[in-house]
Design a protein around this ligand. Sequence first.
Ligand code: FAD
Length: 212
Amino acid sequence: MRHSLIASGLVAVARAHSAYDFIIVGGGTAGVVVSTRLSQTLPDCSVLVIEAGPDERDLAAISIPGLEGVLGTKYDWNFTTTPQPGANNLTITMNQGKLLGGSSALNLLSYDRATNTAVNGSAGLVGMGVGEAGPIHFLVNHFSPAQQEAFFPTMQNLGWEQTYSFLDGDMLGWMRHTSNILDVNYTRSYSPAFLSIAPSNLEIMVNTTVAN
Ligand SMILES: Cc1cc2nc3c(=O)[nH]c(=O)nc-3n(C[C@H](O)[C@H](O)[C@H](O)COP(=O)(O)OP(=O)(O)OC[C@H]3O[C@@H](n4cnc5c(N)ncnc54)[C@H](O)[C@@H]3O)c2cc1C
């Protein structure tokens, strides 16, 4: 299968090496982030990510929220379940991204903050501090669907106040929803953004499916 290497960090990659210290299969949400952190932490090691799908970072259907998106297209694995006895034997489509960024390239952009306890736990695992700025951004949505607008006064009537302390890890209260959108140009903020901070010891191979 035809494959290509794309530039990582600021350094263009001319050709694949024959051996790497680490090879990560899948350049999706986790694959891009973990490989970036790995290559930063171990600058003397070579890291390769192999991704089955293409690099479509310039595709408007992905980067502009609210366009048609790429669910059900060639950028989607389009898995189908077996007939589900508990659902009248329906078969159900299970979407998963098949491109650089994986499912973060076709997901619905919802940014849900966890509690401080949960964030501290996982941030500690990857050696990051809570609140440390990364390349993924979010904003409070400009628009709410009508059904959400009806929800807000109901919460208020029940004695719950609107609060943005949610963003600091205190989950009590209500707020307008947050989405992974870059506020400067209102585009999707998703895992390939990590490549902008990746050093040159990280290489990405796209259009290449790992068989075993
Ligand atoms: C339709 C949809 C909507 C969602 N909406 C939201 C939302 O609004 N908010 C939210 O937080 N989460 C949402 N999610 C969930 C979230 O996007 C996923 O949980 C997350 O992206 C999964 O990350 P991952 O790294 O595990 O997998 P993925 O991001 O899917 O990455 C897996 C990667 O591995 C590649 N790959 C697989 N097999 C091979 C192989 N053999 N060789 C090479 N490459 C391979 C794939 O092509 C893919 O790029 C949504 C998910 C879907 C499908």
